[in-house]
Design a protein around this ligand. Sequence first.
Ligand SMILES: Cc1cc2nc3c(=O)[nH]c(=O)nc-3n(C[C@H](O)[C@H](O)[C@H](O)COP(=O)(O)O)c2cc1C
Length: 312
Amino acid sequence: MTPAAAVDLTVQIGALRLRNPILAASGTFGYGLEFAHLVDLNRLGGFVTKGLSREPMKGAPAPRLCETPSGMLNAVGLQNVGVRAFVVEKLPLLRAFDTAVVANVFGYAVEDYAEVIRVLEDADGVAAYELNISCPNVKKGGMQFGADPGMVSDVVGAARKAAARRPLWVKLSPLVTDIGLIARAAEGVGADALTVANTYPAMAVDFRTRKSRLGSLTGGLSGPAIKPITLRLVWETRKAVRIPIIGLGGVETVKDVLDYLAVGASAVQVGTASFADPRVSEELAEGLARLLFEAKTFTMNEIRDKFLAENG
Ligand SMILES: Cc1cc2nc3c(=O)[nH]c(=O)nc-3n(C[C@H](O)[C@H](O)[C@H](O)COP(=O)(O)O)c2cc1C
């Protein structure tokens, strides 16, 4: 029997059961369809779509990506086809796959988020919503939704009302003084799970030209460079809330996955690593199955208990 057939990698994220704890992260896996010829989508725990907005968005000027030591900067500017085109053009094709499609939702006002969810509520084939709250609230002078517990309550509360049919995940911004406070605000108004976390605002310049290496001047840092910082945020969030956490930041190896699970995540997402190897999420799920099989443990809970028992 193959390891994949012998072990049970399923994890429960609130009401949603995932085949395994590995999902591809928003913005790094398109609408899933672009990867379907390279990756067996049916072997992933799921994937999170590119951020979806009320109207289509053209995105930021080039260059949009640049490599940095142990990481990458991006300023894509949330380019997307808009939620209606997603429902009409992408979702019907995605329904052919047996994988959890998590729709990443963003906006610049509370009503934007609620409207995107309302459009998705009428469509089949979405497993859950993930709110990206690292966006500026234009009605509050451009302050990030995710930076203030009051604004988090407002936007998550409105999304909760709109999302009658499906689980609601909230993807936290890492740029906060006390992530526990923000996490509790989201949990308090009905979030089903938290994704921790988004990218870190950052910059790269060429000193010779004194120009930024990104068209948008600043961008978001991702990749292995951020893993220790985000790992701490997951740990802090775990202490603050009871709902499931999905860890996200710099996952490349099975060890990275286990590190996130060890500090309290129930699943992980994989972003930047897909740029080097688009099959990495599928390979991580296979690697995890092999690890469990070799350790003679057959479920995700058992492996966690085993590590805890071995290390007191
Ligand atoms: C090119 C690129 C585009 C991204 N676009 C989105 C997005 O549309 N919405 C979102 O919530 N996060 C977006 N992210 C953030 C990732 O989902 C993830 O939070 C971040 O990259 C950290 O994980 P990693 O270190 O595994 O890449 C994007 C990241 C990258 C690199």
